[in-house]
Design a protein around this ligand. Structure first.
Ligand code: SF4
Length: 467
């Protein structure tokens, strides 16, 4: 199913619409705006410049940074593995599970494990995966994919979550959020204590120290990285940055852009397994660095997309995302960043609608902390679709007709005049068009205001005549 069909289903789902409305008014966008004001708008702009520069510098030296990261991480006792695809990464995790006789894995949020379909593979291999980020835990119970990269269960209402907890926890139904959270924490605590494997992503990998790190608000990341005897961090190769100093700049951007916090509640660093004098930490530590289509973006029109620090600000501000929710985007990454990343990773021909899932209002481009020009990238993807003949013949024909007319001013003026009059006629006395011929999508859920009937050229000519 393509985006359009899923979006239509999302619009028809009254419960989802009510939940999305709450998400919109809950105001992650407003929290970001307040945090930026408190930091100082000009200073924040300079911070965005610095963030984009750090990410570009890291991408320009990605090969040497990855080598340095591998050297430093190995020196500190970690094992660094590489996977060309998300599927290879999944197989590496399964191999680690076999080697260490793992039967239960606790997980902190990892988008790459979603790319790899890791939970299903673990389940099939006899390893029970337990998501421990509260949002991820909720959608795991609901057997759904995440709908937002930092708030995976944002499409669920409190009552829907209460139903899930009652069904799976075997406790009386609760609807008080602190009580529900306490109940989930009690359940998850048992899993933290009994799991053999912790699986995390990594917000960044630090080349100079061979460390990975995760940024969380719930503290589950600390448990996942320290309690089980084996820890696997699985992440994209583009996450390597040179130094801790670079991280401190990016962190100032990340938390403010994501949730409006000056800093997140927890930042967990992991640098190799526990040493002989240390009481806490895993006995074995693996990093799996995944390409998964990322190197195809290096040097391409889409390279800027690799700067992404996964803050979610673009979706918090996107009118399309806020109306249809994350599942409509059909794969791991929703919103404007997903509309660029998904076609880039899975192939343009497999995500035909996504470059068009945008109003081009540039809200995403304005708020992106690392200045990714998302509308420009979407436009380039659209151009590529046209160049490769991937658009429907009706659209290609209409554009050719328009191009023909645009090169002939008289024909264009005549066509525009007749079209304006015809549309005014369609608008009738109400001056609103309920169904637009040949472009029904525009009037599927709203009326189209009828034009006045005269074109700009007519009005301009009249004013020149002094009329
Ligand atoms: S594209 Fe920019 S705004 Fe969107 S998630 Fe990535 S860094 Fe954040």
């Amino acid at each position: 199913m393509q985006f359009k069909a899923r979006a239509r289903a999302a619009l028809a789902d009254a419960t989802l619409q009510a939940n999305l409305q709450k998400f919109g008014s809950a105001g992650l966008a407003a929290l970001r705006a307040r945090a930026v004001d408190a930091y100082g708008r000009d200073a924040f702009e300079r911070l965005r410049e610095a963030g984009a520069e750090i990410r570009d510098r890291a991408l320009a030296h990605l090969d040497t940074l990855i080598e340095r990261f591998e050297r430093e991480a190995t020196r500190r006792g970690a094992t660094v593995l590489f996977a060309r695809t998300a599927e290879e990464a999944r197989d590496l995790v399964l191999e680690i599970c076999r080697r260490h006789r793992i039967t239960k894995a606790v997980k902190s949020k990892s988008m790459l494990s979603e790319e790899a379909g890791l939970n299903d593979a673990l389940g099939a291999a006899g390893v029970t995966p337990i998501e421990t980020d509260l949002g991820e835990y909720i959608i795991q119970l609901a057997e759904e994919p995440p709908s937002h990269i930092i708030a995976p269960a944002v499409h669920k209402s409190k009552d829907q979550v209460a139903d899930l907890f009652e069904r799976f926890h075997g406790e009386p139904r609760k609807t008080d959020i602190p009580e529900m959270t306490r109940e989930a924490r009690a359940v998850l605590r048992q899993h933290f204590l009994s799991a053999d494997l912790g699986i995390t992503g990594a917000n960044f990998l630090i080349a100079e120290t061979g460390s990975g790190l995760i940024v969380t608000n719930e503290g589950n990341g600390r448990m996942v990285t320290t309690l089980p005897r084996v820890h696997v961090a699985i992440t994209g190769i583009e996450k390597v940055i040179p130094t801790l100093e670079d991280f401190s700049t990016l962190m100032r951007l990340l938390a403010r852009s994501a949730t409006g916090q000056p800093i997140s509640n927890y930042i967990s660093f992991f640098t190799g397994p526990k040493g002989s004098a240390e009481r806490e930490g895993p006995e074995h530590m693996y990093f799996i660095l995944v390409d998964g289509g990322r190197t195809n973006l290096v040097g391409s029109d889409m390279q800027a997309m690799l700067r992404c620090i996964r803050c979610g600000a673009c979706m918090n501000h996107c009118p399309v995302y806020k109306t249809v929710g994350g599942h409509a985007y059909g794969w791991v990454y929703p919103g404007p960043m997903g509309a660029v990343l998904t076609p880039s990773y899975v192939g343009l021909e497999n995500a035909l609608d996504l470059p068009h899932a945008a109003t081009m209002c540039n809200q995403c481009g304005v708020v992106c902390p690392v200045k990714i020009p998302l509308p420009d990238l979407l436009r380039k993807l659209r151009e590529q679709q046209v160049d490769r003949g991937l658009r429907p013949w009706t659209e290609r024909f209409a554009l050719r007709l328009w191009a023909w007319a645009a090169l002939r001013p008289r024909a264009y003026a005549l066509g525009a005049r007749w079209a304006a009059r015809y549309l005014r006629f369609l608008g009738g006395g109400l001056k609103r068009i309920g169904r637009l011929p040949f472009a029904g999508g525009w009037t599927l859920t709203r009326d189209f205001p009828a034009p006045a009937g005269r074109t700009f050229r007519d009005l301009y000519a009249k004013s020149r005549r002094g009329g």
